[in-house]
Structures are given as structure tokens and as C-alpha cells.
Design a protein around this ligand. Structure first.
Ligand code: AMP
Length: 426
């Protein structure tokens, strides 16, 4: 399948070629025909799947064709609402790239900076407006923006909007949209509040669901530590002290948990920061900037806050908690090993998390090697055998995996063992 097969017009094909896109990704292959037919779309997909191009290409195409019929003044005909300034900028850059041979213009607005430049751009006229909710409402209230001509409305990362407390702003924005429009709604997860919101926006819609690439899991060296809940922070401190130079992304299932980890690390003199939905955009931006620059070695993140993170040299991901949605595990560990292709993902698993581990192993079709002999080993680990232990073909995989740790770059197993030996002698 090619973009041409999907009916994409020549000026966009030219831009895609210049971007080096040879074939559409699965979400693009599925969504573009639906959107070109004018049907509303509910997309369950995360960043990294090619989601932005999946919606921006057909929107640009329709804007070009509409414009040929209506040669009037430039008006905001497309609105994209997205939760963070980083995502807004990224989406704006994509629109600019794909529309560069079409004459379609876009602008990006977000909070935290003065509005002057943004309102100047709006006054000159744009076809596509990409906005974060707060600044959008603010400029609407000041009379700089009218949504009366919007024909294409995109709500991006809806679950993150909810997490960041934007739900009321979103409802206000939706209320101002004309009813005769095509709507696109994207969310990686569909909790009840999000399903409810999607009903408010979408008319008759088609649904496209894209799971994160499973292949990623195979590229990353993985290991699991059986550890009781109360010992997790000690194990984390132990691992970080052993390997102080790496950039480490630690995943916590909850915002409260992320804050707690930062405090516990601080007690051990390990500098860390957390990013999650309860932190201000500025605080998150600052932590992320320091992490990317290498000034902050340890970043604790919740799954939703980690979405926009694209750090080239991330050598270690630690799952402090195992996610209860197995796809999330694949997404988390896919954060490492991108540039260096030698990432390591280590997970802590307490007794209550054993069922999550089973689900994860089923999804990735792989036994995650157990790292034993660490000072905080949960004695109960042998008492609850993993289902996979009964499968001889997997046992082989487990052994192979463990041997990687013995000789591997990070040699966690070796370090743990020597530490353990030391503590036994002491
Ligand atoms: P997104 O999920 O929109 O954040 O896109 C993830 C990355 O994939 C971005 O860097 C895009 O530029 C890139 N991308 C999107 N579509 C394609 C494609 N068809 N071929 C190659 N790369 C793509």
C-alpha cells in the first residue's frame, strides 16, 4: 500500500517523499480512507504510531480541495486541540511539512508565553489552528479567535486532557464548534469519562485501534526483580547507586507514588524529579529539559506524562510498578534502546503484581528473565510459580536471557550477586 493508493493528491505526495515516508503506517492506512470519506473518527492510538500524519494528511487534502471551491479569505477551518505545548509544536511542524506545497497555513498557540506573536499570526489569517485548551479559550474570550468556520475538529490525547484537568475547558470549546463539521477524537485509553466525552464530540463514527508495536519488546534487554512492595525503594536506590551515570526513566503507576519515590531517593542523596499530570506545565518542562540535557539523571514519570518524552540516549527504564494494562509495558520499555539499540528495562514485581506479569508475558510472547540474588529478594517469589515455568520451551528462553545479564554491559546480575555475597560475609 502506498500513499498514492490511498488517493493522496500530488502536492502532498511530494512533501511526503521529501520527508522520506515511503509507505503509510497501519493507523494511516486505516484512518486516511475514513477521513477522506468525511466520516468522523475515533482513534485509539498513542504517539509514535504515525497518528499525527494519519489525521493531518487527509485534513490538508480536504482543505486544498475545499479552497478550490471557495476562494474566499483565509479562515480557521481546522482546529486541533492537544494537551501540551510540546505536542502542539510537534503537530504544527508536521502540518507545515506535509502542506508545504499546498499553500495551506497553520499556526500554533499555547500558554506560558506572551500572546502578542500568536495574535499577530491569527490576524494574518490561518487555515489550521493548533492549540492547547487554556490559551485557546483565553484568545476566544478576547475575540481573537472565532470557531464559526471550523469544518475539521481534532481532539488529540483526550485521556491526557482528562489527567491534566482540562475536561471543562474542552467541553466549553466543543460548545462553540459549528454542528456541521467532521470530528476526530484520539485517545490511547478509553476510561468511562473519555468514552462519554467522545460521544459529545463525534457523530456517526468509525473506530481505528492501533496497539503499540510488539516487536519493540524483543529489542530491549529485560529483567524482573521479585521484591516486596516495602522493599522497592531500597532496591531502586541500590540499582541507581550501582549505576550512577545512566539516564534512568522510572515509571510509577500513580502520581502520588511518583512523588513518594522522589522523596525516598532524596533521602539517599539521589537527585530525581517527577513528571505527572498534577505538576504545572512549566515544572514538567523544566524537569524534562534537565533530563534531556543530562543534568537530571533520574526522572520518575506516570505513563500519561511520559507520552511526549523522546530522549535519544535513554539506557535504562525501570518499572517501579508493573502496569495493569500489558500494552503499557511494551510502550514503556520501548522508550529505551532507541539510539543505542541496547536498552535495558528492569521491572519490580510484588506479589500483587504477579497477574500483571503473566498478562505482559502473554502479550510479548516472551518470558522476562528473573534476576535473582539481589539483596531484597522476595522470599515468596518461588511460592507463586509463573505459569510459563511449566512450559519447557520458555525455560530455555529464560536461561538465555539471564546469561545476557551476567556478561552484559550493565551486568546487574553480577553486581547484585557481589553485593549479596558481600552482605553475607559482613
Ligand atoms: P506520531 O505518532 O505522529 O508522533 O509520529 C511518530 C513519528 O513517525 C514521527 O517522527 C513521524 O515523522 C514519523 N512518521 C509518521 N508517518 C510516517 C510514515 N508513513 N513513514 C515514516 N515515518 C513516519
Amino acid at each position: 500500500m502506498t500513499f498514492k493508493d490511498l488517493g493522496i493528491i500530488e502536492p502532498i505526495l511530494k512533501a511526503l517523499k521529501a520527508e522520506g515516508y515511503t509507505n503509510p503506517t497501519p493507523i494511516q492506512e486505516q484512518s486516511i480512507p475514513i477521513l477522506l470519506r468525511g466520516t468522523d473518527l475515533l482513534g485509539c492510538a498513542q504517539t509514535g504510531t504515525g497518528k499525527t500524519a494519519a489525521f493531518s494528511i487527509p485534513i490538508i487534502q480536504q482543505l486544498v480541495l475545499d479552497r478550490e471551491a471557495d476562494k474566499g479569505q483565509r479562515k480557521i477551518r481546522t482546529l486541533v486541540v492537544t494537551p501540551t505545548r510540546e505536542l502542539a509544536i510537534q503537530i504544527g511542524e508536521n502540518f507545515t511539512s506535509y502542506s508545504r506545497f499546498t499553500g495551506i497555513k497553520n499556526t500554533v498557540i499555547f500558554g506560558g508565553i506572551k500572546q502578542g506573536r500568536q495574535t499577530d499570526a491569527l490576524k494574518k489569517g490561518v487555515d489550521v489552528l493548533i492549540a492547547t485548551p487554556g490559551r485557546l479559550l483565553d484568545l476566544m474570550n478576547q475575540g481573537f479567535i472565532s470557531l464559526n468556520d471550523v469544518k475539521y475538529a481534532v481532539l488529540d490525547e483526550a485521556d491526557q486532557m482528562l489527567d491534566m484537568g482540562f475536561i471543562h475547558d474542552i467541553k466549553k470549546i466543543i460548545a462553540k464548534l459549528p454542528s456541521n463539521r467532521q470530528s476526530l477524537f484520539f485517545s490511547a485509553t478509553m476510561p468511562p469519562a473519555i468514552a462519554e466525552l467522545s460521544k459529545k464530540i463525534l457523530g456517526d463514527f468509525e473506530r481505528v485501534t492501533i496497539k503499540p508495536q510488539q516487536a519493540t519488546a524483543e529489542k530491549v534487554e529485560q529483567g524482573i526483580y521479585f521484591v516486596s512492595k516495602k522493599n522497592k525503594s531500597q532496591l531502586l536506590i541500590h540499582l541507581l547507586e550501582k549505576d550512577p551515570t545512566d539516564s534512568v526513566l522510572v515509571f510509577s503507576r500513580t502520581k502520588h507514588g511518583a512523588n513518594k519515590i522522589v522523596k525516598q531517593l532524596a533521602k539517599a542523596d539521589i537527585k530525581a524529579d517527577a513528571i505527572h499530570g498534577n505538576k504545572s506545565q512549566n515544572a514538567r518542562q523544566k524537569a524534562l529539559g534537565e533530563f534531556k540535557d543530562g543534568d537530571l539523571k533520574v526522572l520518575i514519570a506516570t505513563d500519561i506524562a511520559a507520552r511526549g518524552i523522546d530522549v535519544e540516549e535513554l539506557s535504562l527504564v525501570i518499572n517501579y510498578d508493573l502496569p495493569n494494562v500489558p500494552e503499557t509495558y511494551v510502550h514503556r520499555i520501548g522508550r529505551t534502546g532507541r539510539a543505542s539499540a541496547s536498552g535495558v528495562a528492569l521491572s519490580f514485581c510484588d506479589v500483587e503484581e504477579r497477574p500483571y506479569l503473566k498478562d505482559i508475558q502473554k502479550l510479548i510472547n516472551q518470558q522476562v528473565p528473573v534476576i535473582k540474588d539481589h539483596p531484597f529478594e522476595d522470599d515468596a517469589s518461588e511460592a507463586v510459580p509463573l505459569e510459563e515455568k511449566r512450559q519447557p520451551q520458555n525455560r530455555q528462553k529464560q536461561r538465555t536471557g539471564q546469561s545476557k545479564y551476567r556478561g552484559g554491559r550493565n551486568s546487574y546480575r553480577n553486581r547484585n550477586r557481589s553485593r549479596n555475597n558481600r552482605s553475607q560475609k559482613e
